[in-house]
Design a protein around this ligand. Structure first.
Ligand code: DX5
Ligand code: ZN
Length: 229
C-alpha cells in the first residue's frame, strides 16, 4: 500500500448482497471503488452481528485492491492474527473497545497490517494524541457504529483537529457513516481522504446490474472534489 492523500472511495459491503460477497467485491472494484471496506460486528461492542475472519478470507481473492477491515468487536486483541491471516491490508480497532489501544495498534502492525484507530462520535480527537506514531489510519465515525443507512452526524471540527494533529505524518483520515453526495464535500474539505459509503454506493444496483454502483461512486467522488459544492 502506497500512501497519498487523494480521495479514495471505500464501499462498505455491509450494504452488499450477503449471498454474493465475492461477486459484489468484484463489481464495485470494476465500477471504480478504490478500497473495499469490511464491517465486522460482534453483537457485543455494537448491537448487531455481521461476519468474521472466515468471511474476510473467503472474499480476499475477489479483491484486487485494499481490503480495509473495520473491527467493531470487543475484545480485539485475540482476533488480530486471524484477520491479518485472512488478508486484511488495514485493520482498524476502536479506542472504546480495548483498554490498551496502544498495544492493540502495535499488535496489528506486528501482524503485518496497517494499523487503524476508530473514534465514535462521542470520543474526542485528543484520544489519539499519543498514538500518532503507531497509527496508519484514523477512522472518524459519523454515525454511532452498528448499522448502515444511518443519518450523518457532523464531525467537521474533529476532522480539522485531527488533520492539524497529523501534520506531515502518513496517516489517512477515513470517514465512516452517512457519507453520500450531500456530505462528502464537507468531510473532504475538512481533511479526510478515505470516504466509506455503504448505502450510497449500493443503492439502485446489483451484481447483475452493477452500472449504478459506478454512477454512485463517481457522484460521491465528484462531490468530494467540490463539483457540486
Ligand atoms: C457503521 C459501519 C459503516 C456503515 C456505512 O457501523 O461501520 O461502515 O456500514 O454505511 P452507510 O454508508 O450506509 O452509513
Ligand atoms: Zn465501517
Amino acid at each position: 500500500m502506497t500512501f497519498d492523500r487523494s480521495i479514495k472511495i471505500a464501499p462498505s459491503i455491509l450494504a452488499a448482497d450477503f449471498a454474493n460477497f465475492g461477486a459484489e467485491c468484484e463489481a464495485i472494484e470494476a465500477q471504480g471503488a478504490d478500497w473495499v471496506h469490511v464491517d465486522v460486528m460482534d453483537g457485543h461492542f455494537v448491537p448487531n452481528i455481521s461476519f468474521g475472519p472466515a468471511t474476510c478470507a473467503a472474499i480476499r481473492p475477489h479483491i484486487k485492491g485494499v481490503m480495509d477491515v473495520h473491527l467493531m468487536i470487543a475484545p480485539v486483541d485475540p482476533y488480530i492474527d486471524a484477520f491479518a491471516a485472512a488478508g486484511a491490508d488495514v485493520i482498524t480497532a476502536h479506542v472504546e473497545a480495548t483498554p490498551h489501544i496502544h498495544r492493540t495498534l502495535q499488535a496489528i502492525r506486528a501482524a503485518g497490517a496497517k494499523a487503524g484507530v476508530a473514534l465514535n462520535p462521542g470520543t474526542p480527537a485528543e484520544a489519539v494524541a499519543h498514538l500518532l506514531d503507531i497509527t496508519d489510519l484514523i477512522c472518524v465515525m459519523t454515525v454511532n457504529p452498528g448499522f448502515g443507512g444511518q443519518k450523518f452526524i457532523d464531525m467537521t471540527d474533529k476532522i480539522k483537529t485531527l488533520r492539524a494533529m497529523i501534520g506531515d505524518r502518513p496517516i489517512h483520515i477515513e470517514i465512516d457513516g452517512g457519507v453520500d453526495v450531500n456530505t462528502a464535500a464537507s468531510v473532504a474539505q475538512a481533511g479526510a481522504d478515505v470516504l466509506v459509503a455503504g448505502s450510497a454506493v449500493f443503492r439502485g444496483g446489483s451484481v447483475s446490474d452493477p452500472a449504478p454502483y459506478g454512477t454512485n461512486i463517481r457522484a460521491i467522488r465528484e462531490a468530494a472534489a467540490g463539483v457540486y459544492v
